[in-house]
Design a binder for this molecule. Structure first.
Ligand code: TXE
Length: 496
């Protein structure tokens, strides 16, 4: 199957329907926009209805298999997904733009996450049974029902699997709506997964957000929506789910602060770690560092070392092994970061444009942007207050830690944050004062959070928590099944 026909045919196959006619839209390579990498079908409301009904029909069987058997099937799919990672990673780089090692991390997350939740599934069949003098109560975890997964374009495979694998383990059929900006590698991944599970358990609905996405969210048979994307879209999803009282979990944007304390050792390791956290995926990760607060006593040395490390960055096609970062994913993102940088300059900030272009990068045919470092701005600057989602970062000095905590918390977001110091106890104590779902000490990268830690946002960064049993809870219902011999302890109306 060629990637150019995959989204259409996969949607038809996975939904169990005979196929459907739909308009095709191209997926363009962000490093050379004249190249069409593949096509995705724009599913209509009728197709959405067809697929949701197929998922709802599969729900009782998937539940009845039991968690142990579900885990066994998921583990087999994980083994199959170990093959072909390099090919799917290359496809992901061509549609998403990021460098190959990041695409491998993204695509390689699928088998790892499926395997992890397959293992966790083995523990899910047990029920809590309470016998006491009043009778018996069984507390059961039951699947919530057909679950829609709406996926963004930055880490499409990993972010989809992070919520899809626990939804499957908990006994729910899933319907995935990939991002129209990077649907291909994810759809290939889901096609392999679907082949290992009963028909109708894993479904794909390609299409745009306002059409296919909104129709899925508002469908009356959908019981859960797991959404990852922008805060504004998250609001639409909540509104769309309200009509049917559909449960929603949201992983939204972040404006993650990193606070570098006076006690931090500003060495090569710290500088490289922070550089990685800012510029990974060309700055387009929800929990990348988005603002840096550095104690005034360390400010000059930090800025100097950081700028010289950023100057080593090579921007090019993600397929070129020498590229450190790729282009931005899409034109709208490029325009929004470009406008933000221009506004920063108008507001009096200094923007140092660093790094260099890869000699083979087709600069005018891609969404390329050199990395930059911003100094000379106050806390009120636009670039400090928003999620820039691009290869630039403001660095601000602070004089005392209360001021740093106040600035770190002065945001509508609350996804992640980090504190950097050689005094770990002190950094941990300061971390307690930061309003974020995850606070890391001396690290802040993809991998700083793992399955043993809840992951999710406070404030407008999201609703609900991911990872481990927290993720299973997000897509399960609890039922109390009770037979009590004596309910008289709860007084009723007086009888005469
Ligand atoms: O995401 P959208 P966009 C942030 C980042 C970025 C901004 C916008 O700041 O600049 O969001 O990015 C689907 N009903 N993040 O516009 O629109 C859409 O098709 C249902 C943070 O690309 O939120 C896609 O599948 N679904 C983030 C998904 O929502 C709808 C990752 C995300 O798209 C819909 C990406 C609707 N009405 C961007 N409209 C993170 N948390 O990692 C769109 N969609």
């Amino acid at each position: 199957m060629s990637s150019s026909t995959l989204p259409l045919s996969t949607a038809a196959v996975l939904s169990g329907s005979a196929g459907f006619a739909a308009e095709l839209a191209p997926v363009l390579n962000p490093a050379r926009t004249s190249e069409v990498v593949g096509w995705y079908a724009q599913a209509s409301v009728e197709v959405v209805d067809d697929v949701v009904r197929a998922a709802a029909a599969a729900a009782p069987l998937w539940d009845a298999l039991g968690a142990l058997e579900r885990g066994r099937l998921m583990a087999a799919a994980a083994t199959a997904l170990e093959h072909g990672i390099d090919e799917r990673a290359e496809l992901l780089t061509r549609e998403q733009g990021k460098v190959l090692w990041e695409s491998r991390l993204d695509v390689g997350g699928a088998p790892r996450l499926l395997d992890y939740y397959a293992g966790l599934a083995a523990t899910l069949d047990t029920e809590e049974v309470v016998h006491d003098e009043r009778g018996t109560t069984v507390i059961r975890r039951v699947p919530i029902g057909p679950t829609v997964v709406i996926v963004p374009w930055n880490y499409p495979v990993y972010l989809c699997m992070m919520v899809l694998a626990p939804a499957l383990a908990a006994g729910n059929p899933v319907i995935v709506k990939p991002s129209e900006l990077a649907p291909l590698a994810l759809t290939e991944t889901l096609a392999i997964l679907a082949r290992h599970l009963p028909p109708g358990v894993v479904n794909v609905v390609p299409g745009t957000g306002p059409a296919a996405g909104a129709a899925l969210v508002g469908h009356p048979l959908v019981r859960k929506v797991l959404f990852t994307g922008g805060t504004q879209t998250g609001r639409s999803v909540l509104r769309g789910a309200a009509e049917n009282i559909t449960s929603v979990s949201l992983e939204l944007g972040g404006n993650d602060p990193a606070v570098i304390l006076e006690s931090a050792v500003v060495d090569d390791q710290l500088i490289r770690e922070i550089r990685r956290s800012v510029y990974t995926c060309t700055g387009q990760v929800c929990f990348n560092i988005k603002r840096l607060y550095v104690h005034r006593s360390r400010y000059d040395e930090f800025v100097e070392q950081f700028k010289s490390a950023v100057d080593e960055i090579v921007v090019g096609d993600g397929l070129h092994p020498e590229s450190t970062i790729g282009p931005l994913n899409n034109r709208r993102q490029w325009e929004s970061v470009t406008a933000l940088i221009a506004e920063t300059e108008r507001q009096g900030g200094t923007v140092d444009v660093l790094g260099r272009a890869h000699p083979e990068a087709r600069w005018n045919d891609g969404h390329f942007m050199l990395p930059s470092v911003i100094t000379g701005v106050g806390h009120e600057a636009s670039v400090v207050g928003c999620e820039q989602f691009g290869p630039t970062v403001p660095i601000l000095p602070f004089d005392d830690e209360d001021e740093a905590v106040r600035m770190a918390n002065d945001t509508e977001f609350g996804l992640a944050a980090s504190v950097w110091s050689s005094d770990i106890d002190h950094a941990l104590a300061l971390g307690r004062r930061i309003e974020a779902g995850s606070v890391f000490v001396n690290s802040h990268r993809v991998g700083s959070s793992d399955m043993t830690m809840p992951f999710g946002g406070m404030k407008r960064s999201g609703l609900g928590r991911n990872h481990g049993m927290w993720a299973i809870d997000e897509c399960s219902e609890l039922q109390a099944l009770s037979h009590r011999l004596d309910t008289a302890s709860f007084p009723g109306p007086p009888t005469h």
